[in-house]
Design a protein around this ligand. Structure first.
Ligand code: CA
Length: 221
């Protein structure tokens, strides 16, 4: 027993996969395809996908924002849990991963729930913010893109989120590098600064969850 978070050994990771994750075959297949690509480590882990599905379920989410789609693993997890009339707006830059995401959305039967925006996410969020009825419309936002823009994504998503909605921000423990951010690069410093900002941010109730590379959850008050 311990009052600290466990160190996850390879054996324990295997056990976690066996007993803590129900991964549909289509997502397993997507992991195999993604593993051959450059940037394969950008894919979220299966236990994180399971956790995000759980969050979408308990929120009864209907409208979701995703900043950073890559080959589509996280978007499939979230879209699977949306009702038929739910919508996920997925933002990414044009690249070789786009077609894989589209292909697997079809395979997973979620393509009708996803609107793909292939441009800078800040522009997409700004466009959404120009319409008053988008303010407070979204139940969930997942941020997993360029780290130096995280703070800007967070601020814009917070405006688009309803009270009680959740922003989930990926890689917030950054392989542990955040503990020595002052001596590290500007991506690490940006992540550390955002962790510290959210810790004090009275607009949200935070929980920094040490799953995978660290998932910051901020629930809008
Ligand atoms: Ca990530």
């Amino acid at each position: 027993m311990t009052t600290k978070t466990l160190t996850i050994t390879e054996d324990l990771q295997q056990y976690l996969m066996e007993t803590g994750v129900r991964e549909p075959a289509v997502l397993n297949q997507l992991r195999e395809v993604t593993a051959t690509l450059r940037g394969a480590q950008m894919q979220i882990s299966p236990e994180q996908g399971q956790f995000m599905r759980f969050l979408i379920q308990i929120l009864n989410a209907k409208n979701i924002l995703e900043i950073g789609t890559f080959t589509g693993y996280s978007s499939i997890c979230m879209a699977m849990e949306l009702p038929a009339d739910g919508q996920l707006i997925a933002c990414d830059l044009p690249g070789e991963s786009n077609d894989i995401a589209r292909d697997f959305w079809k395979k997973a039967g979620v393509e009708d729930k996803i609107s793909f925006r292939l441009e800078g996410a800040l522009a997409v969020l700004d466009e959404l913010l120009t319409e008053d009825n988008n303010h407070g419309r979204f139940d969930f936002a997942f941020i997993d893109a360029d780290k130096k823009s995280y703070d800007a994504y967070y601020e814009k998503c917070l405006k688009l989120l309803r009270p009680g909605g959740i922003i989930a921000i990926d890689n917030m423990l950054w392989s542990g590098r955040v503990v020595n951010a002052a001596n590290d690069d500007d991506q690490t410093q940006a992540l550390d600064a955002l962790n510290r900002k959210i810790h004090k941010d009275t607009r949200v109730f935070p929980s920094l969850v040490p799953i995978a590379d660290g998932l910051m959850l901020a629930r809008k008050i």
